[in-house]
Design a binder for this molecule. Structure first.
Ligand SMILES: CSCCC(=O)C(=O)COP(=O)(O)O
Ligand SMILES: [Zn+2]
Length: 213
């Protein structure tokens, strides 16, 4: 599907959804220091041909401006002529879309996801069990034990993107970058938000368990 064939209405809905999520996450303090990025896919999907709206790089995500988002293709290149730069981490979004076919991806830096990603960085995953919010990830098995992948935080974003296919766990809709933050995704904005909130709750519980000893 060509970008020009995607309806204006679908593009406007994607931008409105991102604006809404941006405002909610900003109110929780989930974009400190301009960190974090958000995206929503538009149009049809095939692994080599898809498009998504993504946050512009380096902007204050606690305010709304006409320059907050732009549309990019599966290679992370702008679909329209613009002076805006897509998120520096757009290639990670593109790789997650390519591998999962999901509909929305949210990335935030929080104290709890940073601390746990470092604590379990050498292990390669954050373990979690016995937390009701694991069901928020869509895992309803009794007393499920999960492992949330942790990837190295290379400066070269394309090097991180290359590691994603071998790191994904089929039932876990997220990955951590060590000492950096989490990417969570879902089939749409609602599901990606639920997954991100569940991950953050799980990280806080696991952190406090460790702190309690
Ligand atoms: C200022 S935080 C460092 C960059 C980062 O990790 C991030 O999430 C924000 O980068 P972007 O280019 O999407 O603004
Ligand atoms: Zn980041």
């Amino acid at each position: 599907m060509n970008f020009a064939d995607i309806t204006l209405e679908e593009k406007q809905v994607a931008l409105a959804d991102l604006r809404n999520i941006k405002e909610q996450f900003a109110s929780r303090g989930w974009f400190p220091g301009t960190s974090g990025n958000l995206s929503v896919r538009v149009g049809d999907f095939s692994p080599d041909n898809f498009h998504f709206a993504v946050t512009s790089s380096g902007r204050d995500k606690s305010v709304h401006t006409p320059e907050d988002f732009l549309f990019v293709n599966a290679s992370g290149e702008a679909c329209e002529s613009t002076k805006l730069k897509p998120s520096a981490e757009t290639l990670i979004h593109a790789k997650i879309y390519r591998m999962t076919g999901c509909g929305a991806i949210f990335h935030v830096h929080t104290v709890f996801n940073s601390l746990l990603s470092e604590r379990y960085g050498d292990t390669g995953f954050v373990p979690a069990q016995g937390i009701e919010l694991i069901k928020g990830l869509g895992i309803w098995e009794e007393n499920a034990a999960i492992q949330i992948p942790v990837l190295p935080n290379y400066a070269d974003i394309s090097a991180i993107a290359k590691l994603i296919p071998s790191s994904l766990q089929s039932d876990i809709p997220g990955i951590l970058l060590r000492n950096h933050g989490i990417y969570a995704w879902g089939k749409n904005v609602f599901e990606a938000k639920r997954h991100l909130e569940a991950f953050e709750f799980i990280f806080e519980v696991e952190y406090r368990r460790l702190a309690l000893g």
